[in-house]
Design a binder for this molecule. Structure first.
Ligand code: C2E
Ligand code: CA
Ligand code: CA
Ligand code: CA
Length: 274
């Protein structure tokens, strides 16, 4: 039987059973994840294909819940976005990522650059510039060493995106368009943006040596980047064949399991310190 609320509305909506309850539970857990120290970052190297040199790392958030275990970002990021928790989470991630750059430095490893993902909702409050400025000041990280990754949907779905992007650019941080080619940003828009990097989405890299369409798209993005004077990095590079293809077509920057999975800070230090 359905219980009726004060106004006669059903408050046990049918979707509250099963998946809805699980979602609500997850939401409750997620809200407390930061204070319970369940959130941490892994870092995935970005390399120069030619030399294998480390050119940067991408910070990727991880959530380890005592009962649920590791919850994949694909599950909790959308939830965090829906509930607005992404603002708190995003701020935590940015602070931690910048702090880690300083820690590596102190341990003798200079990581040239750190890339941090931003969600569209982090632009809603209009204070993203202040947040970034504040965190750089607190951690002492030079703005030139921070790259912010936004998807095309951030650019297309944020009112006044250009103003925010310009504000971030003025701080001295660089900007990358993540998952490039999967959204639908107009190229005219891209031209106005002070963006430095395009990241070719993994979906185009996956079958690059067998699918002629993916091949054509990857080449087109590399060419576009070149002609607009942007650096281009390929994500999800898993095989030598893919790397060779990219190199042959003028893309010398890559990120993917071929080089390293996302790893804990100490592991990065061990593997790349020399
Ligand atoms: P993304 O930004 O496109 O990140 C790249 C994803 O691809 C990561 O998944 C990474 O582990 C995975 N990956 C990297 N190389 C390879 C490869 O060679 N093969 C395959 N199969 N996968 C590869 P992850 O860490 O599960 O993150 C998934 C998504 O969650 C990210 O996609 C990003 O959209 C979001 N995300 C992660 N951390 C954050 C964060 O701190 N803030 C926000 N807003 N989003 C985040
Ligand atoms: Ca990313
Ligand atoms: Ca990406
Ligand atoms: Ca992606």
């Amino acid at each position: 039987a359905k219980a009726r609320g004060r106004n006669g509305y059903c408050f046990y909506a049918p979707e509250m059973s099963g998946e809805g309850v699980a979602r609500l539970q997850l939401e409750t857990y997620l809200r407390r994840s930061i204070e319970k120290n369940e959130i941490f970052l892994h870092y995935q190297p970005q390399v120069e294909i030619d030399t294998g040199r480390l050119i940067g790392v991408e910070a990727l958030v991880r959530w380890n819940h005592p009962q649920l275990g590791l919850v994949p970002p694909a599950r909790f990021i959308p939830l965090a976005e829906d509930t607005g928790f992404i603002n708190q989470l995003g701020q935590w991630v940015l602070y931690e990522a910048c702090r880690q750059m300083v820690r590596w430095q102190e341990a003798g490893l200079t990581v040239p650059k750190i890339a941090v993902n931003l969600s569209v909702r982090q632009f809603e409050r209009g204070t993203i510039g202040d947040m970034v400025r504040g965190i750089l000041r607190e951690t002492g990280l030079a703005p030139q060493r921070l790259q912010l990754e936004v998807t095309e949907s951030v650019i297309m779905n944020t009112g006044d995106a250009l103003a925010f992007i310009n504000d971030l650019h003025a701080i001295g941080v660089s900007l990358a368009i993540d998952d490039f080619g999967t959204g639908y940003s107009s190229l005219a828009y891209l031209k106005q943006m002070p963006v430095q990097t395009l990241k070719i989405d993994r979906s185009f890299i996956k079958d690059i040596s067998t699918d002629v369409n993916d091949e054509a798209i990857a080449i087109a993005i590399i060419q576009l980047g070149k002609s607009m004077n942007l650096s281009v990095i390929a994500e999800g590079v898993e095989t030598d064949q893919q790397a060779a293809f990219l190199r042959r077509h003028g893309c010398n920057h890559a990120q993917g399991y071929l080089y390293s999975r996302p790893v804990a800070p100490d592991e990065l230090l061990l593997r790349w310190n020399d």
